[in-house]
Design a protein around this ligand. Structure first.
Ligand SMILES: NC(=O)c1ccc[n+]([C@@H]2O[C@H](COP(=O)([O-])OP(=O)(O)OC[C@H]3O[C@@H](n4cnc5c(N)ncnc54)[C@H](OP(=O)(O)O)[C@@H]3O)[C@@H](O)[C@H]2O)c1
Length: 263
């Protein structure tokens, strides 16, 4: 399987890195494009076997899957330039651009028959860079095998959830904006850690590992967070005092309000 990544910047580069490390696609079957040599050099530094070029048409011609990872405002123009080199009936197109719908993509890829092109939207988050992305996938005109193939590709960069397109904005709020929310908790707890006696770098490390451990515990056990919270809240103890104080200040409500503001 040959994969073209058009616009191998931060996100496209992370996808290339994930694919090159994974088992699904050989590095020599990944072809990445960008405008500048500096960006292409970064891709070569990830894996010298990845093919790099600034010729989008050349990259796309032989590809089974074309991953479109340019900025949203460049997408229509980049697709228009590619149109005579692509086969909407054979190739699979995957856009990672935020805010561009499957309908728009289908119309740009195959203006004469937009409802035939197999098009996916994939919304990874920045943890793709460390292969821990939470990625949402939606598609149009894709069969079960094609959906599995695209989910498998993005599973190389973390974990994926296949959803109806209407849920993509909510998924973006929860996982892409959510990364920033989790970071803000880490910052807040680190500042508290300094106030109660640790040096800043120590406090941050403690909080980072605590948050990582909390997520790993839940992922490994499948437990509801309250089950794990019950394990550490002794009656009349210090943990429940701290938790209740945070709730008095509106912790849960603030998180829900923040999420809803992202939609
Ligand atoms: N970053 C994220 O966390 C994230 C998450 C989800 C979705 N996304 C989506 O991912 C897409 C890319 O975002 P990004 O943050 O990765 O941006 P980025 O780092 O600027 O990457 C975009 C890349 O596109 C290349 N490019 C521009 N015009 C091109 C053209 N005509 N042909 C080929 N390549 C071209 C640029 O090349 P040069 O570097 O050489 O200029 C650049 O490397 C966006 O649509 C965004 O919505 C990003």
């Amino acid at each position: 399987m040959k994969v073209a990544i058009i616009g191998a910047g931060n996100m496209g580069g992370a996808i290339a890195a994930g694919l090159a490390k994974g088992k699904l696609v050989q590095s020599s079957d990944i072809i990445c494009t960008a405008r500048t040599q500096a960006t292409l050099d970064k891709i070569k530094a990830i894996d010298p076997d990845i093919v790099t070029t600034n010729d989008n048409a050349f990259a796309t011609k032989e590809a089974d899957i074309v991953i479109l990872a340019v900025k949203p405002w460049l997408m229509e123009e980049v697709i228009a330039d590619l149109r005579e080199h692509i086969d909407p009936f054979k190739q699979i197109f995957v856009s990672v651009a935020a805010g561009i719908t499957l309908e728009e993509l289908g119309g740009w890829i195959s203006p004469s028959s937009p409802s035939y092109a197999t098009v996916f939207r994939a919304i990874p988050n920045t943890a793709a860079a460390v292969l821990e992305s939470m990625t949402f996938i939606a598609s149009t005109n894709a069969d079960e095998d094609q959906i599995k193939m695209v989910c498998d590709i993005f599973d190389e960069m973390g974990t994926t959830m296949y959803v109806e397109e209407r849920l993509i904005p909510a998924g973006t709020a929860l996982a892409s904006c959510g990364i920033a929310f989790a970071m803000r908790y880490i910052r807040a707890a680190s500042e508290g850690g300094v106030e109660i006696g640790f040096r800043p770098e120590e406090a941050r490390k403690i909080v980072e590992y605590t948050v990582k451990g909390a997520a790993e515990l839940l992922l490994a056990s499948g437990n509801n967070p309250e089950v794990e919270i019950d394990k550490v809240t002794t009656a009349g103890g210090i943990t429940i005092k701290g938790l209740n104080e945070m709730e008095h200040e509106g912790f849960t409500s603030a998180v829900i309000k923040g999420l809803k503001a992202c939609l």
